[in-house]
Design a binder for this molecule. Structure first.
Ligand code: SF4
Ligand code: SF4
Length: 90
């Protein structure tokens, strides 16, 4: 059963200014990368985003959900009955 990991990038502080999810994940699920690239110019800090690239490695420990200061990460698991199980926090 693979988890679904969503990141609300409209509230995320950005991997270069926060990056706590990248640091805490024991399975290195997250990566960071630029959303825009210009020739001969560095990408602005604000144009980097976090991606849950290796979500298939997630062990649903919810450490990323707990550490995120903006509460913009959601980790959900599909129940066998077809519903969803929200993260531990309530
Ligand atoms: S729930 Fe745990 S293993 Fe999964 S992405 Fe978050 S920190 Fe990583
Ligand atoms: S911990 Fe939250 S705010 Fe910080 S980089 Fe990760 S998703 Fe963004």
């Amino acid at each position: 059963m693979l988890p679904t990991i969503t990141i609300d990038n409209s509230t995320c502080l950005g991997p270069l200014d926060c990056g706590q999810c990248l640091q805490i994940c024991p399975m290195t699920v997250f990566i960071a990368g630029p959303t825009k690239k210009w020739k001969f110019r560095e990408t602005d800090r604000k144009d980097y985003e976090v991606y849950a690239r290796y979500y298939d490695q997630c062990v649903t420990c919810f450490k990323c959900v707990e550490v995120c200061p903006e509460e913009c990460i959601a980790v959900t698991l599909e129940n066998q009955g077809g519903g969803t199980e929200e993260d531990k926090e309530d």
